[in-house]
Design a protein around this ligand. Structure first.
Ligand code: IFM
Length: 464
């Protein structure tokens, strides 16, 4: 259903419409400019981990095409561009000396964005940990908090005179539970307890970096807007739930959402979650004072949301989800017409998780990612007709408007993604872009959904 003119009026004049990408997914050039290997370069080399044995090369060759890619963003009328910095480009040794060529790449990018009137929104970590740091334990080594803070300081030192919007981590759930408990992402471990340790160290790294970002920005004459991007998901149980179903919803919600909302915004872990994971051993990785560090005040919250999660009660002795503390939780198949990822399209759940995120954090919320994958092709007429993505965009923007009408303080929306890119374990098979990328020629074609997004943005600007 198309978003109505009246609904569009819900977005205030200063509402930010942007698009997002991430370094490993678009840059390519994985061995150029002094970049060292990341855990994803290693993971791509492990048989069976990434579809078609795809790698981070050439991706969208953005490392060489950044200037024309920014021109494309300007043509779309984007207010802001969310991108991530590759730690192995900036500090190839993980800690220590900054690589001038690596940081220089982002320096040029920021200048070009500002020239075009596009606000840079920088994510410091979107999953490409330097392999040299994984060799030292990666997110399982408590020292990673310091390593991350130092790296963050170096990036902010270089760009903080022009960039004020900083995000520490993208989706720490994926860098912890999905990567260390479920083995779907790099470094591909399969250990319930490790997922919890990694999650805690990610939070600690975030909280340690927050004051560093503020100080370095202040030293460069800007006031930092610091945030973190989470990927909470609305957990949906059966319509008429039993006690056991409610318990399954609670357990899943704890490990999907509460695990980050609570330490960040309430200074504690959900009590029931600690009980649910007690059989994994004492949580010795949580030290006195950690939760104070983790709950450092933020300026806004980034939310990436695509789909809800359905569960019901199962055998209390088994844990088919393999997520820590989810004994007795049975996954339920997604409902309705699914996207090419097999993900449910549920704008009401999007609205509800936005409301919850705002209530938990009491912070202005930015939707830092939302979008859908479809098997797009360039048609004979040279266009990419993607009505499903346009419908998803409309229905989810309408859900954002509803959340705002219900009181949520939402300040912006970033489409995922600016262009088709490396979709992690799915390689180049899944296309999320509002711009199509031909990986043989690197030709970009704005899809119909991209043209529609540009039209909506232009209409919004004309009204404002
Ligand atoms: O491509 C990813 C992105 O890197 C993080 N959020 C979800 C997207 C789609 O899976």
């Amino acid at each position: 259903m198309a978003i109505s003119e009246q609904t569009l009026q819900t977005f205030p004049a200063d509402f930010v419409f942007g698009a997002a990408t991430a370094s490993f997914q678009i840059e390519g050039a994985t061995t150029e400019g002094g970049r060292s290997a990341s855990i994803w370069d290693t993971f791509c080399g492990i048989e069976g981990k990434v579809a078609n044995k795809d790698t981070g090369d050439p991706a969208c060759d953005h490392y060489h095409r950044w200037a024309s890619d920014v021109d494309l963003m300007a043509e779309l009328g984007l207010d802001a561009y969310r991108f991530s910095v590759a730690w192995p480009r900036v500090i190839p040794t993980g800690v220590g000396k900054v690589n001038p060529e690596g940081i220089g790449f982002y320096d040029k990018l920021v200048d070009r964005l500002l020239e075009k009137g596009i606000r840079p929104v920088v994510t410091l970590y979107h999953w490409d940990l330097p392999q040299v740091l994984d060799d030292r334990g990666g997110w399982l080594n408590r020292d990673v908090a310091q390593w991350f803070a130092e790296y963050s300081g170096a990036v902010v030192e270089a760009l903080g005179d022009r960039v004020s919007h900083w995000t520490t981590l993208n989706e720490p759930w994926c860098s912890s539970i999905l990567s260390y408990s479920l083995a779907h992402h790099a470094p591909g471990h399969e250990d319930e307890r490790e997922g919890l340790i990694a999650a805690h160290h990610l939070m600690l790294a975030h909280g340690t970096a927050v004051p560093v970002i503020r100080e370095r920005c202040a030293a460069r004459g800007t006031t930092a807007q610091v945030s973190i991007t989470l990927n909470p998901t609305q957990v949906i149980g059966p319509d008429e739930p039993s006690e056991a179903d409610l318990d399954a919803v609670r357990r899943a919600d704890n490990v999907l959402n509460g695990i980050f909302f609570s330490p960040l915004f309430h200074g504690s872990y959900p009590n029931t979650m600690l009980e649910d994971v007690a059989h994994l051993g004492e949580a010795r990785w949580i030290h006195d004072g950690d939760l104070r560090t983790i709950s450092a005040p933020l300026d806004n919250l980034g939310i990436n949301n695509y789909f809800p999660t359905r569960v019901r009660a199962g055998d209390p002795e088994s844990n088919p989800t393999r997520m820590p503390g989810c004994e007795g939780v049975e996954p339920v198949p997604a409902a309705g017409a699914l996207t090419d990822m097999g993900w449910e399209q549920n704008p009401a759940a999007h609205r509800d998780i936005l409301l919850r995120s705002w209530r938990e954090s009491v912070l202005p919320v930015y939707i830092t990612e939302n979008g859908s994958a479809w098997p797009d092709v360039v048609s004979d007429d040279g266009a990419v007709h993607d009505p499903d993505r346009t419908a998803y965009l409309h229905s989810h923007l309408a859900a954002v408007a509803e959340a705002m009408e219900l009181g949520a303080d939402i300040r912006g929306y970033f489409a995922w993604s600016l262009m088709d890119n490396f979709e992690w374990a799915f390689g180049y098979d899944k296309r999320f872009g509002i711009v199509h990328v031909d990986y043989d020629t690197q030709e970009r074609t704005v899809k119909d959904s991209g043209l529609e997004y540009a039209r909506l943005i232009a209409a919004h600007h004309a009204r404002s």
